[in-house]
Each structure stands twice: as C-alpha cells, then as structure tokens.
Design a protein around this ligand. Structure first.
Ligand SMILES: Nc1ncnc2c1ncn2[C@@H]1O[C@H](COP(=O)(O)OP(=O)(O)OP(=O)(O)O)[C@@H](O)[C@H]1O
Ligand SMILES: [Mg+2]
Length: 264
C-alpha cells in the first residue's frame, strides 16, 4: 500500500463566491500506519477524506493509491461514516457481507470471512440482529468490520466516534484500537478530539482553518495501550492543544500584524 496526496486543492463555488477549502495539501502515508487528521470544525477534514475516498473530485493536484490516480470510489478503500451509517434494513451479517458481495467474493470465502470478522469484533450470536437492536459499541464494531470486510488497502474513518458521549468514547477508542491491532490495515481517521488523536494514532496531521494548510505532522511513538496520564502522553496533548489553537488563527503576513480569528 502506498498512498500519496500531492498538492491537493479544493474550491467550492457558493452562489458565485469562491471558497478555497484546501490548498497545496501534500503528504504520504505508510503501510500499516494509523494516521489522524486533526483540525477545527470546517477546516476541510471531511472534504479531504471524501476526495481520498473518490466520492468527490479535487479541484487540483492528485491522490495516488499504489501509483494509480484515485478518480472514483473503489473496494480498495473502506469508509466508516460518522454515526456508523449501517444499513438499517439489513442484519449485522448482511451489513458485513455487503462489501464482499460487491467484490464478488465466492460464497464459501464470504462465509469464512464473515465468521472471522464476527469473532474478531465479538459479535457472535448477534449476527441476525438489526442495527437498532445493538448497543453503541456493537454498532461501532459492526461498522468497523464491515469496512474491513472487502479487505481494503486503506480504511478511511470520518469521526467514527463523533456521536458518542465522553466516557463511552474512551471505551470505544480502546475497542477500536484492539480491533485495529488484530488487522493493522492502514487507517486515515478524522477527528477534532486531541485526546482521541493521541490515544489512537501513530501520526497526527493538524490542519488549519485556513485552506487546510498542514500546521504540524507529528509522530507519536508511545507503546500501546497508552496511558492517558503518562508524562509523554500529556506532553503530546499540551503540544497539540497549542497547535490547534493556532489552527484557528489566520496570519495574513509573516509579522502577524493582521490576524483574523476564524471561528468556523
Ligand atoms: N458541497 C459543498 N459545497 C459548498 N461548500 C462546502 C461543501 N462541503 C463543504 N463545504 C464547505 O467547506 C468547508 C469545509 O467543510 P468540511 O465538511 O470539509 O469541514 P470539516 O473539517 O469536516 O468540519 P467538521 O469538523 O465540522 O465536520 C466548510 O466551510 C463547508 O461549508
Ligand atoms: Mg467533517
């Protein structure tokens, strides 16, 4: 797996007004890495992730997956939407089987993979339930293994825990981590939660409110599972909080004379 984002830009036209959301965004992702895109609301995280997924086109620059330009969605990229977005009319097992059917995987192989994924996500016995009959954690695990079911090269997750309250969120982060450790698919996750970014990521890219410019590209080399109260952990947290504060400020010139607070 080799993913590179090269000089990407995205411009929206809103009623004749040009709105540059992304400009000159470049980075490459290594195989097996858990990468998080962190940034304030409205800075272009979802826009970037949906371009990587091929759901929409960039205005300039390119995304290359294994050297091939991304122009449309494909089974080589799994996507976890905010609020899980399971198909409510399908049972857990039909949700998980869906990407495999799309990939035209032979029946026997599908059944085998389904068994593995249900076991991995501790969902055995729940396969015939519908999403509304599941707990938040079960929905999240179903969404995660469904996205893995088609064996994507890279898993894209847009605020997968965005709708969850604080305490549940920490528990689900731990579940997400242990699921990911069993599989180690390359992940690009979007969040605006600093603690979540440090707990889960090998690398954090901080985007600014202003044209999605990359303010920081930080490696987090702490062992797993991480101690949220550890000294190094807390230092990373303070550092990223400071960067995130800067992410809200647009500096129009190098001297910083003219500053504009972008409260997106
Ligand atoms: N389809 C669209 N047409 C026009 N403008 C859009 C469109 N989608 C997003 N935008 C604008 O682009 C900017 C970035 O939106 P985006 O959804 O990428 O932000 P985000 O970083 O994901 O924010 P959040 O954390 O709130 O989800 C916003 O100002 C938004 O209004
Ligand atoms: Mg978003």
């Amino acid at each position: 797996m080799n993913l590179s984002v090269e000089n990407l830009s995205k411009v929206y036209l809103n009623e004749g007004n040009v709105h540059t959301v992304l400009s000159g965004v470049s980075f490459t992702v290594q195989e097996g890495q858990f990468l998080t895109l962190l940034g304030p609301s409205g800075c272009g995280k979802t826009t970037l992730l949906t371009i990587l997924a091929g759901f929409q086109d960039a205005s300039g620059g390119s995304v290359l997956l294994n050297g091939k330009k991304v122009i449309k969605p494909g089974p080589d990229r799994g996507f976890v939407f905010q609020n899980y977005a399971l198909f409510p009319w399908m049972t857990v097992q039909d949700n998980i089987l869906y990407p495999m059917k799309r990939r035209k995987m032979p029946r026997q192989q599908r059944e085998q993979r389904l068994k593995e994924l249900l076991e991995m996500a501790q969902l055995e016995g729940k396969e015939r339930l519908y999403p509304h009959q599941l707990s938040g954690g079960m929905k999240q695990r179903t969404a995660f293994v469904r996205a893995l079911a088609g064996s994507p090269e890279v898993l894209l997750m847009d605020e997968p825990l965005g709708a969850v309250d604080f305490q549940m969120r920490q528990i689900l982060q731990e579940e997400l981590e242990s699921l990911w450790l069993k599989d180690k698919t390359t992940v690009i996750m979007v969040t605006h939660d600093v603690d979540e970014a440090i707990y889960l990521s090998d690398r954090v890219i901080v985007m600014s409110s202003w044209e999605g410019i990359i303010l920081e590209d930080l490696e987090i080399k702490l062992g797993r599972p991480r101690n949220r109260n550890g000294e190094k952990y807390l230092r990373h947290k303070e550092n990223l909080m400071n960067v995130l504060r800067k992410a809200l400020v647009k500096e129009s010139d190098a001297s910083g004379k003219e500053r504009e607070l972008c409260l997106a």
